[in-house]
Design a protein around this ligand. Structure first.
Ligand code: PMP
Length: 448
């Protein structure tokens, strides 16, 4: 009863994100009353296993007691204070801890309140760094095809998923695009590393030709998440770091989706042993509780802005909720959970279990690829397996899997024809089995 009442009230006043609202004439909206662990529950008591961590943010389960307690305690002390001219303990401690766990050399934290804004900060800081170095001509960015960095205009401009970008092209700055090292389209029999190395040649050529006008290269390390969970080998990042050094170009690592353990290591850049000039973090930063984002950078970048006021070199960028204390306390509690147990080790067992459950799909006539990086596993449904010809997007095959999942108590949210899992780390092996079994059945049904 309350379920249907909420749906009606919602549809008369709310405009939902990333949604063609007309779909809700036939696609039910799901009102959620509560969450616990990997489960979300509606007003009729129906439960949904959150296989996508609510847009990839949740790490340690919904309503995690430790994170909830930390926020409650902070709530009684200080809810918010302006971060210009003022500071507070949670933001200082969080910054110290982020500096100590991210790749060596990332020594400064600049806060925002969502992932897209963290990318905007990195883009502006990189351009402004070169300006402060008397190199104003370095004002362009190189991005990868199929990349995604958020929805605000700067972040959208450096992304390349046509579905989100095409409409707004007249509003966006121009970027230079290098082909993605995505290994889905590698030649038959070729391994990930050699394919990735080959793709790097194009990036190298672009850097060699254009470096004088390039401020930075922006990448999603290892997995292009919104770009259908396409994956590549870490060697790309090592080669890119070397080339960026050689050509005096910044490297921006957008770890908003892959950071905090999703890739198998705490940060994906670790798998290449590199330190980017900027690292953007959000999503899992607060364990999925509250909006917070941070752009970490090097002391070298910081020093280029450190000057007498009258020289007007400062980075005059701000957001009202920058470094919100409640969000910082959630982030600190999240880092405590990483410290308390060997989360990454446990995740590697879970990741193997996940892989075993979908192994049979490799032989499915309409599955073109089953790929995995750490706790992210993706299954690409195709029309023709031998040529990897995609199903027509208008057939909305992924949506059929989504609907099947909801009917069977699992929240899957395919990206086009790609079904994927990115569950909270508190998922059990039994829950993985339920999640995978439901997805496999949904895929069988959707590809008939
Ligand atoms: N970068 C990446 C790699 C992302 O996956 C996302 C969000 N999906 C963003 C940036 C944007 O983050 P937000 O949605 O918090 O603006």
């Amino acid at each position: 009863m309350i379920n249907s009442e909420l749906k009606t009230r919602d549809l008369s006043v709310v405009w939902h994100p990333c949604t063609q609202m007309k779909d809700h004439e036939w696609l039910p909206l799901i009102p959620i009353k509560s969450g616990r662990g990997v489960y979300l529950e509606d007003y009729d008591g129906k439960r949904y296993l959150d296989a996508i961590s609510s847009w990839w943010v949740n790490l340690f389960g919904h309503c995690n007691p430790a994170i909830s307690r930390a926020i409650e305690q902070q709530l009684d002390r200080l809810e918010h204070v302006i971060l210009a001219g003022f500071t507070h303990e949670p933001v200082v401690t969080l910054s110290e801890r982020l500096v100590s766990i991210t790749p060596a050399g990332l020594d400064r934290c600049f806060y925002a309140d969502n992932g897209s804004s963290a990318v905007e900060v990195a883009l502006k800081m990189s351009f402004h760094y070169w300006l402060n170095q008397n190199q104003p001509e370095k004002n362009r960015f190189i991005t990868l095809s199929n990349s995604y960095h958020g929805e605000t205009l700067g972040a959208l401009a450096v992304g390349n998923v046509e579905l989100y970008k095409e409409t707004y092209k007249p509003l966006l700055m121009e970027t230079l695009v290098a082909p993605s090292p995505d290994c889905y389209h590698r030649e038959a029999g070729e391994d990930w590393e050699s394919h990735t190395r080959k793709r790097f040649e194009d990036m190298l050529a672009l850097l060699a030709q254009q470096h004088d006008r390039i401020a930075a290269v922006v990448v999603e390390p290892l997995v292009q998440c919104a770009g259908s969970m396409r994956m590549y080998h870490p060697v790309y990042l090592s080669l890119l770091r070397q080339a960026c050094d050689r050509y005096q170009v910044h490297l921006i690592a957008d770890e908003i989706a892959v950071g905090f353990g999703r890739s198998g290591t705490l940060f994906a850049c670790e798998q290449a042993g590199i330190t980017p000039d900027f690292m953007c973090l959000s999503k899992g930063l607060t364990g999925g509780y509250l909006p917070l984002a941070v752009t970490l950078t090097t002391d070298r970048v910081y020093q280029a802005f450190y000057d007498d006021y009258t020289r007007l070199n400062a980075f005059l960028h701000s957001h009202s909720y920058t470094g919100n204390p409640l969000s910082c306390s959630a982030a600190l509690a999240t880092l405590d959970l990483f410290e308390k147990t060997d989360v990454l080790q446990h995740n590697s067992t879970l990741a193997r279990h996940m892989a075993r459950q979908v192994e049979t799909l490799r032989d499915h006539p309409h599955v073109g690829d089953v790929r995995q990086t750490g706790m992210i596993l993706a299954i690409e449904m195709v029309k023709d397996k031998s040529t990897l010809t995609a199903f027509d997007w208008k057939e909305r095959r992924g949506l059929k899997v989504y609907q099947y999942g909801l009917d069977h108590g699992v929240l899957l949210r395919p990206l086009g024809n790609v079904v994927y899992f990115m569950p909270p780390y508190v998922i059990t092996e039994d829950e993985i089995e339920l999640m995978c079994k439901t997805a496999v059945e949904g895929i069988h049904l959707a590809t008939r």
